[in-house]
Design a protein around this ligand. Structure first.
Ligand code: C5P
Length: 359
């Protein structure tokens, strides 16, 4: 079992779960606003945002991994450097020694295992932009809860977990709830002059695909993390490194909406990258780091529970900020999703649980 660290006396597990719930609601709202508040030709490149997120997340993880190197890769010499301090950081001998050990950790023989979740997360992060640009923020938030279902299915297949009948029933209700929410979003909304055209079908298909990659990547990452002794931050650096190539692919092969030049030497990669685009990237970075902490110190079930709390937060904010209509079908669907999430998180009478894969 992992020793659970604390922040200001509070267990990191719960701090990260609550922060993740708030982060999720903020991300949906800000990402949605950043995409639909301008005409498609004036919006920023989603692929550039995904790449930037990976670069920032990777850099932060690299710094944290470096500062913790002595805790997971101690030097076995009599003159071993002590804990990292400002003076030892600038000491060339200890700096280089730590840097070498970090390199060895990052490029350990099993690092290729991270290439699978890395590719899946890049696909998911791009799909998320498609979904959020074509669905109302709250509708997206509720539909995205289907990832609890995909996470459970992949846990059954990959981690060979057994689900209690209550949990299967909860998953069934979850699918029903998401279906009810979809009833009201059947058509394509006509665009107003300042608005982005939204295609609910395209958005829903993107959500379904993103739920598959989320479930598979999450379970796979949990499996790698809990089956090996490598440090979480080293794993995050590996994940970001393997993400760079797939994150570059859509940049190379797509043209920017405001430019006729090919993507490769496109100088307009960061065109229209305004304050809301930056806010989206920074909240994504925070979310990525929190997700990793939650998978490590809690598990995928608790992650699902935290994110379903964000439904309520983003629903209320959507009503207040975007005049989202509070229809009966939406309230009914959201309630079914919330009750299903609550049911799913009830402790089992038997000892087996999906998602809490301490393998
Ligand atoms: O919705 P879901 O929980 O699947 O989203 C996971 C998000 O967290 C993805 O955007 C993924 O890129 C990010 N992540 C990360 N580092 C990890 C695990 C997930 O950045 N170690």
């Amino acid at each position: 079992q992992n020793a659970v660290p604390t922040i200001c006396g509070l267990p990191l597990k719960y701090v990260s779960l609550v922060t993740l719930a708030v982060q999720n609601a903020m991300l949906t709202l800000i990402m949605h606003y950043s995409r639909v508040s301008s005409a498609p030709s004036q919006t920023y490149s989603a692929a550039a945002a995904v790449l930037l997120t990976e670069l920032l997340k990777g850099s932060i993880s690299l710094l944290v991994a470096f500062s913790r190197i002595d805790s997971y890769s101690p030097q076995y010499t009599p003159n071993a450097p002590g804990p990292l301090s400002c003076s030892s950081l600038w000491n060339p001998r200890t700096f280089l020694s730590r840097f070498r050990r970090l390199g060895k950790e990052v490029f350990r023989p099993d690092c290729w295992k991270l290439s699978i979740p890395a590719i899946l997360y890049v696909i998911q992060n791009n799909l998320q932009f498609v979904a959020v640009s074509n669905l109302e923020a709250a509708t997206f938030q509720v539909s995205y809860q289907m990832k609890i279902l995909t996470t459970a299915v992949f846990s059954v297949f990959l981690l060979r977990k057994k689900l209690s009948p209550t949990k299967w029933l909860a998953l069934f209700f979850l699918a029903i709830g998401v279906g009810i929410v979809q009833i009201q979003t059947g058509g394509t909304k006509p665009p107003s002059p300042s608005e982005h055209e939204m295609n609910a079908f395209k958005g829903f298909m993107a959500v379904v695909a993103a739920c598959f990659t989320s479930g598979l990547a999450g379970v796979y990452f949990e499996m790698v993390l809990k089956n090996s002794p490598a440090d979480l931050w080293v794993r995050n650096v590996q994940l970001s490194l393997f993400s760079l190539l797939p994150a570059l692919v859509p940049i190379i092969f797509t043209k920017s909406p405001s430019s006729s030049s090919a993507g490769w030497f496109n100088t307009s990669l960061f065109d229209n990258f305004g304050v809301w685009a930056w806010a989206t990237v920074l909240i994504q970075v925070l979310g990525g780091l929190l997700t990793a902490l939650v998978i490590k110190y809690a598990d995928n079930i608790l992650k699902g529970f935290a994110t379903s709390l964000s439904i309520v937060i983003s629903f209320l904010a959507s009503v207040a900020l975007f005049n989202f209509p509070m229809t009966l079908t939406f309230i009914l669907g959201s309630t079914v999703v919330l009750v299903a999430t609550w049911m799913y998180n009830q402790p089992d009478t038997s000892s087996v649980e999906v998602g809490s894969s301490h393998c």
